[in-house]
Design a binder for this molecule. Structure first.
Ligand code: PMT
Length: 402
């Protein structure tokens, strides 16, 4: 086995560019990476060269660009092995639907797909494609398959597309990919820590087909789980029903009701260093769950609701329990209500957001309340905000003896 040639201090990435109009954004990504002192080697698919010429990437990276499996510049004709061996990370941006499909199925019919298959370092993909292509069941199957192969996904984002349509499938902006790559390459502030996150809504059944729930999509909690994993933590995500994939490397436990969430959380919390309660847990549930579908009656109907357990409150009260972070979504008086919630729950950190700007949205802004006061995290994609939250938590940790 050949020794990795990474020089101490200088990080090395291989940037793969596959065929898509977003290939032009990869040029800006190379510029940002090089400016940050990262050694960037670019490999393009044949289709990518139809969108942007290799000369652009060569000029920006200051290195030769590779496109051919049989490139004679690699002495032993082993480009698919040699090009990734000294790298800390492979990033493919843009990753087209076709490229992801080939990778998910282990096809290796050009330089980029072959070296991805032969790599030893982590791989991140920044998908870019038309919304229908992204939502197609075949692509979603491939996404699941890639996640199970520990391939990380950056995006895609939603918005206007080059084809004139609107929806999910846009490549993340170069600055966002750069931030994710830097985090991946940087020090891991939560290495060795166990982090437990709750996310999504709970569902409290009324009868066999109806129930009480809320508009939480799980996006904020999943972003927090991903950010914690990126920060090096061993992450378990206890999730209410959502349409989301678990982030790469995160263990997900599915629950439905608040009581199921409590049952899952309590034993895990005893063994965790940090507990971050992002879930929108129903405070009340119907006193009775009917075993058949209720029939419409003549007049109005009254339903008795009983309180659900306060999961965060119980975890915060554990002796030698984890460092607890609560979330609060309020529609008004954000500051006053959030401070009150932090005091009542007796937790060191509370992240407050405006309900109307947080539930179901792609972006969010938070105000963090701790013993020192307030700290604002401005509006940004939820993953960006989540990373800043995790940085804040990591900075608070050493001050607390466990
Ligand atoms: O999922 P998204 O669409 O991305 O939306 C994200 C979000 C708005 C759901 C999230 O950012 C958020 O604010 N979550 C908390 C929602 C809320 O209003 O919580 P709360 O005020 O009811 O509860 C306060 C805290 O106690 C929360 O950390 C909650 O998880 C926890 N809690 C609440 C009730 C309960 N029975 N048990 C709990 O543990």
């Amino acid at each position: 086995m050949k020794k990795t040639q990474t020089m101490a201090g200088r990080k090395r990435i291989l940037l793969g560019v596959s065929g898509g109009v977003a290939a032009y954004k990869a040029a800006e990504l190379v510029r940002l990476l090089v400016k940050a002192g990262i050694d960037v080697r670019v490999v393009m698919t044949e289709a990518a060269t139809r969108f942007v010429g290799p000369a652009t990437f060569q000029a920006l990276s200051g290195q030769p660009v590779y496109t051919d499996l049989w490139d004679a510049r690699i002495p032993d004709s082993m480009a698919h092995i040699e090009l990734s061996r000294d790298r800390d990370l492979v990033v493919v941006a843009p990753a087209s639907a076709n490229f992801m499909a080939r990778l998910a199925n282990g096809l290796a019919d050009d330089l980029l797909s072959t070296l991805c298959l032969a790599r030893r370092c982590p791989l991140l993909l920044a998908p870019a494609m038309n919304v229908e292509m992204w939502e197609n069941a075949a692509t979603q199957d491939n996404v699941r398959r890639l996640a199970s192969q520990d391939v990380g996904l950056l995006g895609p984002a939603a918005g206007d597309q080059a084809c004139g349509e609107t929806g999910r499938g846009r490549m993340l902006e170069p600055a966002q990919i750069f931030a994710a790559v830097s985090l991946r390459l940087g020090p891991k502030p939560l290495a060795g820590k166990k982090v437990l996150v709750t996310a999504g809504p709970t569902y409290e059944p009324i009868d066999t087909v109806r129930g009480l729930t809320n508009l939480s999509s799980g996006k904020m909690g999943y972003a927090v789980a991903q950010a914690a994993a990126e920060a090096g933590a061993d992450v378990t995500l206890v999730s209410g029903a959502t349409a989301l994939e678990a982030p790469a490397g995160v263990t997900r436990v599915d629950v439905r009701t608040a009581r199921e969430m409590r049952e899952a959380v309590l034993p895990l919390a005893r063994n965790s260093d940090i507990f971050i309660a992002v879930a929108a847990v129903a405070d009340y549930r119907p006193a009775e769950t009917h075993a058949h579908k209720l029939k419409r009656g003549a007049g109005s109907m009254t339903m008795e609701l009983v309180p659900n357990p306060d999961i965060l409150g119980e975890v915060a009260a554990l002796k030698n329990g984890p460092f607890c972070v609560g979330f609060a979504a309020e529609t008004e008086n954000l500051q006053a209500y959030a401070q009150e919630k932090r005091r009542k729950k007796n937790i060191p950190l509370l992240a407050a957001n405006l309900a109307q700007h947080a539930f179901g949205q792609e972006s969010n802004s938070l105000i963090l309340f701790d013993a020192k006061g307030e700290h604002e995290l401005p509006l940004a994609p939820k993953l960006v905000v989540a990373r800043q939250l995790l940085d804040h938590i990591a900075a608070m940790l050493p001050k607390r003896a466990r």
